[in-house]
Each structure stands twice: as C-alpha cells, then as structure tokens.
Design a protein around this ligand. Sequence first.
Ligand SMILES: NC(=O)c1ccc[n+]([C@@H]2O[C@H](COP(=O)([O-])OP(=O)(O)OC[C@H]3O[C@@H](n4cnc5c(N)ncnc54)[C@H](OP(=O)(O)O)[C@@H]3O)[C@@H](O)[C@H]2O)c1
Length: 292
Amino acid sequence: MSLNNKILVIGGSGSSGRKVVKHLENKNQNVLVAGRDETKFENLKFSNKVSFVKFDYNNPETYKAAVENVDRVFLMAAPLDSLPEKSLEPFINFLKQLSTIKKIIFISAINAERYPIVKGENLVKGSTIPYTIIRAPFFMENLTDGFMQQELKGGSLSAPVGEHSTVWISTDDIGQVVANLFLDTNNTAYNNSTIDITGPAPVNYPEIAQLLEKYTGKTIKYNNVPPLDYSNFCLSLGMPQGSVTFLSDLFADITNDNAKTVSLKVKEITGQEPKSFESFIKDNFSKIHYNE
Ligand SMILES: NC(=O)c1ccc[n+]([C@@H]2O[C@H](COP(=O)([O-])OP(=O)(O)OC[C@H]3O[C@@H](n4cnc5c(N)ncnc54)[C@H](OP(=O)(O)O)[C@@H]3O)[C@@H](O)[C@H]2O)c1
C-alpha cells in the first residue's frame, strides 16, 4: 500500500469542507483537515481516520506538514475573498513542485468568470496537476452555519433580489460529489473539467421564508432590501469593500436570472437526486423555535 494515501481538505472545519470530510470518512478514507482553528475541528468530533494540521495560506511555513502522505487535495479560497490569488498562488506553486499530488478538486462559484474567484480557477488549471473545478450556487447551509444564520434567529431574512430565485445546493451534495470524484478513479469524465453542480430546482426567498414557517411554526419575514442599502449594511458590519462588491455581484446575477439553471451533475456523479430545499429545512428546522 502506498504511504501517500491521505486526502487533504483545506477548510475541512468549514461549511462545505466538513461535509467533504464526512463523506470521505464514511468511505473509510484517511483525511487530513487543514485550517487555522483547531478548536473548530475538535468540536466536529470526526473519527480517528481524520486528523488535523495547523495550516494558514498566509504562512508558507505551515505548507510542508499539510502535505505529508497526501496525494489528493480539496482546495478552496476564503469566502468572498476579492484577492484569492494572494492566498492560493503560493500554495499551488508549492503543490506544483511536489511530485506526489495526483488530483486537486477546487470549489468555485457558478458564473465564476464574473467574480474574483475565477483567478483561483485559473491557477488550478495552470498548475499541471489533474483537477476538477466544481462551481456551486449559494449553499442551503448558509441558513444553519453561514452568513444568514444570525438574522434568521431573529425571525427574518434579508436580500436584495426581490422574488428572483437561484438553484441552492446542500453542502451534503457537495461532499458526496467531491468524495465520488476523488474515489471513483474509473470515471475520467470530469478530469481537467469545470462543472456546475446545483440543487434540484430554483427557489426564491419568499418560498424559503414560507418553508421555514411551515417547519418552525413561527413567522419568518423576508425583507427585500435595495441593493445599495444591503451593501451599506455589510460595510457597517466591517466587511471589506472587495467582499461587499463580490457579494453584490452574486446577488446581481440572481436578480438578472443568471443563476437559476439546474445542472444534472449531482445525480450523474453520485447516482442520487440532490437534496430539495424543503428536505433541507425539514431536516434542520423542525425542532428549532424562533422568535421565542
Ligand atoms: N457559502 C456559499 O454559499 C458558497 C457558494 C458557492 C461557493 N462558495 C465558496 O466555497 C468556499 C467554501 O465556502 P464555505 O462556506 O464552506 O466557507 P467557510 O464555512 O467559511 O469555511 C472556510 C474555511 O476556510 C478556512 N480558512 C479561511 N481562511 C484561511 C486561511 N488563511 N488559511 C487556511 N484556512 C483558511 C477556515 O478554517 P479556519 O478558520 O480553521 O482557518 C474555514 O474552515 C469558498 O471559497 C466560497 O467562496 C461558497
């Protein structure tokens, strides 16, 4: 057996990364989670097939330990990073000069050609390491462990997109797709490719609010906010201008109906239909009580 058989999951304690780890763990793989915060990792209580390495893109001294016995890498930029190349380029250059890395899977965003994250895609493509780039829409888990969580606890959701919809995906489907792409080596269809992966149908914010009401039994108000007000609110929270612009471009694509095309790739790659927003809300919110 080769010693180099670990899969490195950068950001493996985060929203999408933890589901990649979970699905690899279910398939009995050796996984190395890389990140800056070990406590976040410990709280997730993975099995002993999963270990942690302190890693920071901005500290090249942490790179060597992160690739020990590793032959595949799940890679991500920090969310809404307007200069992802600053973090990713040094690490991808480091990976390039190793001869041990057989595959990179990079998580990107649908319509990436219009956002800064495309620079990450281009670095991966230029690395000469075999890759698959998966472009995802908004995660359903933004409601449970992402940027929508806090506001939702107070009984409301705000967005500058009116009743326009997007094809939200569950990170569970992302994790399953990534695990299959790493492990199904007979399937070469997605080698050196960029693919969109989405949920089963476009869903808009009023529909999400209705589903939340149905399963929590509480009132959830959707605030359709003017784009400028939304951006100013993000700035007031201390979000950097570059990230605010990135987020407002994501919302503009939703408003322009550029982010509502369903992809069949989840079913093709995993053999299962992607999770619907209703199942996600049923699974996560039936026992949660807001506005109390
Ligand atoms: N959320 C969405 O709706 C969505 C949709 C499409 C695409 N995406 C993209 O998917 C990727 C993952 O998003 P996510 O929501 O899963 O993010 P997340 O939950 O915020 O997780 C990001 C992870 O990156 C790690 N990280 C951040 N800065 C780092 C650094 N300097 N060095 C090393 N690790 C670092 C963090 O771990 P530590 O804190 O332990 O360092 C964290 O676990 C992002 O690139 C995002 O743009 C997100």
